[in-house]
Design a protein around this ligand. Sequence first.
Ligand code: SF4
Length: 425
Amino acid sequence: MQEHVLQQDLACDDLPVLRERGQREVFCGLTGIIWLHRKIQDAFFLVVGSRTCAHLIQSAAGVMIFAEPRFGTAILQDRDLAGMADCNDELDRIAGELLARRPDIRTLFLVGSCPSEVIKLDLAKAAERLTAAHAGRVRVLSYSGSGIETTFTQGEDQCLKALVEHLPEEPAAAHSLLVVGSLPDIVEDQFQRQFDAMDVGPVRFLPARQSSQMPPIAPGTPFLLAQPFLGETARALEARGARHLPAPYPFGVEGTLAWLRAAAQVFGCTEERLAQVTEAPVRRARQALARYRSTLEGQRVSFLPDSQLEIPLARFLHRECGMALGEVGVPFLDRRLLAGELPQLPRDVRLVEGQHVDEQLDRVRADRPDLTVCGLGLANPLEAEGLRTKWSIELVFSPVHGFDQAADLAELFARPLLRKERLAV
Ligand code: SF4
C-alpha cells in the first residue's frame, strides 16, 4: 500500500489537455433531483418540462409506491409550446394545488428544462411571484436542469447556487466551516465526528437536511467543496465573501486526509492532532482497501467524460489502488477547482476535455482498457464488444466519500473485473 502524502503543490497543473467538441452522450441536470430530493427532506422539485423530462426522472428515480414523492413535472402541452396559453397562470395553479395538498413542503424548486427554456418561460420571475403569493409558508426558488450543453451533475451545482443567494447572514465573529455538496447523511455524520475530534467548527453543510437549517455565512467563512462539480456554487459563495479552501476531494484515504488537513490548517488543529484523530480510521481504511488492491493493481482504466468526478477518481485508482490510467475524459476542466488533484496524476495521462463520442469510442476500442468508466448509454455497446464497464452515475448515488467508504469505492471498480473472472471460469 502506498503511504505517500498528497502533494499540495497547487501550481503544478501543466498537464497537456486535448479539447474535443462533438456529439455528447450525457444525462441532463434533471438527474440531480434523484439525490437532492432525498437530501433536502422538506423540499419539492417541480420540473417545468415535457413528457420526456417526466419520463427521465420517473424512470431514473423509480416510482415510490407508499409515499408521495417530492418531485414531479408540470408538463408543458402543445398549446403552451405554441404560445397559445399563458404558462404562468397554469404554473401558479399547479403550484397552489401542490402546496395546499402538501403542507410539509418548505422549499419549492421550479426546475427549468429544455422546453421551458425554448419558450423562454421566466422561472426566476415565477419563483418571485409564487414566494410573494405564499409568503411565510414556503420559499420558491428556480434553477435550470436543462440538458443543453450541460452534464448531469450540473443540476446540483445550479440548485445549490440558487440556495446560496438566500443563505442567512452570520455575524463575522462566528468562525464556522461550511462543507458544500450533497453527501449521504451517514457520510455527513462521519465527517462531523471527525471535525469535532479535531476541534474544527462549528461545521455546517450545504445543502442542509431541512430548509430551516440552511447554513448562515459571513464574509470570510471558509468553505470546503465535497464535490468537484460545484464551480458555480463556489463562485456564488465567493461573491458573498466566503473563502474557498483549495484541497483534493475526500475520495480514498489520501484525498480524505488532505481534505481534512485543509480545514485543520485554518482552525489551528496541529498536524500531530490530525494524525492522532485520523490514525484509527486511516488504518482501518487501508486494511479494507488492501482486499481490492490485488484485483485492481496493474489493470488499466479509462474514463469517458460524464460525471465531473473523473479526475479525483483517477487519482484514487492510480495512487491507492495501483491502476494504470488510460484516457481520462472530463466534460469540463475547471483547473481552479482541481488544483489540488491535477498534480497527483501521472505526467503521461491522456487528459481530454469535452466530448466527441465517436472519436472517444474509437480510442477506447484501440486501447482496450480493462475497465471503462462511462455513462449508461455507452456501457452496453462496450460490454457487447467484450469490454468491462462501470456506470459513472453509480458513483454519484453511492456513499463513496471519506475513510470508511474508501474500500466501498474501490469495490465498485473491482466488481466488474471480478465478474469477468467469474464468467471466464
Ligand atoms: S431537460 Fe432536456 S435533456 Fe433533460 S429530459 Fe428534458 S428535454 Fe430531455
